[in-house]
Design a protein around this ligand. Structure first.
Ligand code: F6P
Length: 327
């Protein structure tokens, strides 16, 4: 059912991702274009609870499309998980007459929005902001493209030093539950092996192939490990390989949070702008409690309560390509 929206609040929640600022800009400017009052909420749900809310103008979002991080800051908020916390948060919206919300974050942030909206009857629209690309209902998440390109740039640099010293490098990329960054960056950098949470790895097979490569003097090898792989990350994988092949010169490199920062890629700026625009259009059209995605280059709307972590279906052909090309 359609109902008029007049004042929209926007917040970023969970882990930040490059392109969140471009999304905030799109939300604020689309709202202002339609004559709505726009409000920024600092520090995610925590700022909603603590009344860190301020009115935004078109110029509040000037010069941010190219910036990483989020001008609204972000947080993971435990208090919002309790009813009393959400009640306090709602009171802060109510006193300003805020009657619509845009939440930029991951699946956990969307589930919080769904509960909040069902308790307090405030329409919420989600925008998928996460470098992990692990939300079902969209082909893209804001930040993935930048993060994976940051990883590729860093891994290329590691390859230079690996080559100079004839070393094996085990490189850990982000992805607590998902291996998209590992799979894409691994293929793009010509890695020999890619370890991801979605697929069981035969580590002894890796050891055997490294031993065989050692014999034929192929000493430069890159193994990409998602932080959430079954062994517990690059250090653990390295310890196992070192024990089996003590003569192989091995180093570990953990890329960590550099993958979350930096200026967003063109792709992330474009999808953030499209999604941000459609978030406000959705609220105006009376679409409630969905998150905006892009599937097959078309806008796609998934109910917030169906926001689930996407488990990647492993394309065995991709794995075969990795093996053949790295031999
Ligand atoms: O959700 C994005 C992500 O970068 C994960 O890949 C990673 O495990 C996690 O956030 C790290 O979170 P934090 O910065 O809170 O340690």
């Amino acid at each position: 059912m359609s109902r008029k929206v007049n004042k929209i609040g926007v917040l970023t929640s969970g882990g930040d991702s490059p392109g969140m600022n471009a999304a905030i800009r799109a939300v604020v400017r689309t709202g202002i274009f339609h004559g709505l009052e726009m409000y920024g909420i600092m520090h995610g749900y925590s700022g909603m609870l603590n009344d860190e809310i301020f009115q935004m103008e078109g110029k509040s979002v000037a010069n941010i499309i190219q910036r990483g991080g989020t001008i609204l800051k972000t947080a993971r908020c435990m208090e919002f998980m309790e009813y009393e916390g959400r009640k306090k948060a709602y009171a802060n919206l109510e006193k300003r007459g805020i009657d619509g919300l845009v939440i930029i974050g991951g699946d956990g942030s969307f589930r919080g929005a769904q509960v909040f909206s069902s308790e307090f009857d405030i329409p919420c629209i989600g925008l998928p902001g996460t470098i992990d690309k692990d939300i079902a209902g969209t082909d893209f998440t804001i930040g993935f493209d930048t993060a994976v390109n940051t990883a590729v740039e860093a891994i290329d640099k590691v390859r230079d030093t690996a080559d100079a010293h004839d070393r094996l490098f085990i490189i850990e990329v982000m992805g607590r539950d998902a291996g998209y960054i590992a799979l894409h960056s691994g293929i793009a950098t010509g890695a020999e092996n890619i370890l991801i949470p979605e697929k069981k790895t035969d580590i002894n097979e890796i050891v055997e192939s490294l031993a065989e490569k050692e014999k034929r003097k192929k000493l430069v090898n890159l193994i990409i490990v998602a932080e959430g792989d079954e062994f517990g990350g690059a250090n653990e994988v390295s310890a196992y390989i070192k024990e089996k092949l003590p003569k192989l010169e091995t180093r570990v490199c953990i890329l960590g949070h550099i993958q979350r920062g930096g200026s967003p890629s063109c792709m992330d700026r474009v999808i953030a702008s499209r999604m941000g625009y459609h978030a406000v259009e959705s609220l105006i059209e009376g679409r409630h409690n969905v998150f905006v995605g892009i599937l097959n280059n078309k806008m796609n709307y998934t109910p917030l309560n169906e926001a689930v972590k996407k488990k990647q279906r492993i394309n065995e052909e991709w794995m075969k390509i990795v093996k053949i090309l790295a031999s």
